[in-house]
Design a protein around this ligand. Structure first.
Ligand code: GDP
Length: 534
């Protein structure tokens, strides 16, 4: 990377993870992510945006002028991509940075931009960057239109709950500023994204390199009368953070001596006050908050985002991974999680796999029960699939094999998302976003999932236990036939009688004397697999 740029880089301001912001000027905060394929112009767009909003220091500007001459891709002109590309170079050399966060502000609003690499192998970083974003700028090269990477990135931003998408159709200069090209790409994208449940999609024609439609309208595209990119960024209303019930995932049991026992962690959501009744999940033990402690001292209350240690009014057993919630709640029985999975690692995931799920502060074994579908990268439609490979996105049912308290992602991002981990190698395999949680206990489950989902049963017929049992019985009949008659023919006749006769008798019985199936036992219904979204 250009060394001069490294020298000029300023420390990034320390900004809160989420929620309300303590911006000294009282401005609201918008977090956004830029994504698209390599060379679509992400760095140029972000660099130029930083430049035009005055986020570039004087010495950085000098360095940019020098570096543009040496390394630039735009002749003697400033190459704005160099303002952010230093970080890309670091990433390519494998140096620490996964997602580069850029901070800038206008008089109306403060922004944090997550700049993520465009290569397919960096999907994990893109998903990480998107998971905290309010909006996504999706770049498309006007010459190339919508590409598989555009579809993949769209499904990932939808997966992690981003509701507003800005479709930045860039390099309009290379298609003669033609409105028809812009409209064609816009309508193709809108049709495609209809499945993804975005709240808004704004399409903009841009020349990121020259600044057209970035902060001002372009004289070269008078046919475009909509907002500029900065107008949009300044006015998009981020979806309100859900500040629901109080949940504190316990990260650490703080026990410095026999007299003190506190439970430390970061409040995932909601509020709590000293004296409030609480329940420890998943066990369902009840207690009351005795103290709320922070590095700055004791407090009366805590809210989402606060790092706290709480003590309880009685000797309640609490361990790392438990969740403290307000009020009285029953014990939580592990049911199934219906989740959208994005495969991040090289291991192919399939029903039957036994994995570890890390959710909040808990790590529990889970069984991959059912793969409902995989999203096609062609048109984002759900397609039947037997397994999910790297970068694949699909909807699955997982069954925790130990008590686990989880919530739908819409209710709580922290307790509604998880990582799947290989139990042997400890490699991260996938990320999951929970759509629904069933709290039905395993004993109460009326159906095995393979019966509930015949496609899966079809996919792995040879593994079904009843098939194995029936093959063994036929073999025993054959042996009996051979022992009784002493001939191979006798063995074959008896085996055939069993192999053909028994299924015939069973089908006759099912037809004329059907056995009534037991109704479902109590508990929440299995969450729908064909619901909206991905
Ligand atoms: P990234 O890989 O998506 O970050 O793409 P870059 O920002 O590095 O840009 C790739 C190339 O496209 C560079 O040579 C840029 O100068 C060029 N570029 C970016 N935006 C435009 C544009 O609007 N018009 C033209 N003609 N070139 C552009």
């Amino acid at each position: 990377m250009p060394p001069a740029l490294l020298a000029a880089r300023r420390p990034e301001p320390d900004f809160p993870e989420a929620g309300a912001l303590p911006d000294p000027a009282g401005r609201s905060l918008l977090r956004f992510i830029t994504c698209g394929s390599v060379d679509d112009g992400k760095s140029t767009l972000l660099g130029r945006l930083l430049w035009e909003t005055g986020a570039v220091y004087e010495d950085q500007a000098d360095a940019l002028a020098r570096d543009s001459e040496r390394f630039g891709t735009d002749g003697k002109n400033r190459d704005y991509a160099l303002l952010v590309d230093g970080l890309s170079a670091e990433r390519e050399q494998g140096i620490t940075i996964d997602v580069a966060y850029r901070y800038f502000a206008t008089p109306r609003r403060a922004f944090i931009a997550a700049d993520t690499p465009g290569h397919e192998q960096y999907t994990r970083n893109m998903a990480t960057g998107a998971s905290t974003a309010d909006a996504a700028i999706l770049l498309v090269d006007a010459r190339k239109g919508v590409l598989p990477q555009t579809r993949r990135h769209s499904s990932i931003v939808s997966l992690v709950g981003v509701k507003d998408v800005i479709l930045a159709i860039n390099k309009m200069d290379l298609v003669g500023f033609d409105e028809a090209v812009f409209r064609r790409i816009e309508s193709e994208y809108r049709a495609l994204a209809a499945r993804l449940g975005f709240r808004s999609i704004h399409a903009l024609p841009l020349v990121a390199r020259d600044g057209d439609t970035l902060t001002r309208h372009s004289g070269r595209m008078p046919w475009y009368g909509g907002p500029t990119l900065l107008d949009l960024l300044e006015t998009l209303e981020p979806a309100l953070p859900v500040d629901g019930r109080f949940y504190l995932p316990v990260q650490w049991v703080n026990r410095p001596n026999a007299d003190f026992r506190g439970f430390s962690g970061t409040v995932a959501s909601g509020q709590i006050r000293v004296g409030d009744p609480v329940t420890i999940l998943p066990q369902g033990r009840a207690s009351r908050i005795a103290e709320i402690l922070t590095p700055e001292g004791a407090r009366d209350a805590a809210r989402g985002g606060d790092a706290v240690t709480v003590t309880l009014a009685d000797e309640t057993d609490v361990a790392r991974g438990d969740v403290i919630t307000v009020g009285h709640r029953p014990a939580h029985t592990s049911g199934t999680l219906t989740a959208r999975l994005l495969v991040l690692g090289e291991r192919v995931l399939a029903p039957g796999d036994r994995l570890l799920a890390k959710l909040g502060m808990a790590t529990v074994p889970v069984r991959f029960e059912t793969l409902a579908h995989e999203l096609s990268v062609e048109d984002l439609s759900p397609q039947p699939a037997r397994h999910l490979a790297m970068n694949g996105i699909g909807k699955a049912i997982l069954r925790p094999e130990a008590p686990l308290f989880a919530l739908p992602y819409d209710e709580c991002k922290i307790l509604g998302s998880f990582l799947l981990i290989d139990p042997t190698t400890h490699a991260t395999l996938a990320m999951g976003i929970i759509e629904a949680v069933s709290s039905r206990s395993r004993e109460a489950s009326p159906q095995r999932s393979e019966d509930a989902h015949p496609r899966r049963a079809r996919l792995q017929p040879s593994l079904r236990p009843e098939r194995i049992r029936s093959a063994i019985t036929t073999l025993l009949f054959a042996v009996a036939g051979f022992l009784l008659t002493g001939t191979l023919a006798g063995a074959l006749i008896l085996a055939a009688l069993d192999g053909i006769g028994r299924p015939l008798l069973i089908s006759l019985q099912e037809r004329f004397w059907p056995v009534e199936k037991k109704p479902a036992l109590s508990g929440a219904p299995e969450p729908g697999l064909d619901g909206g979204g991905i």
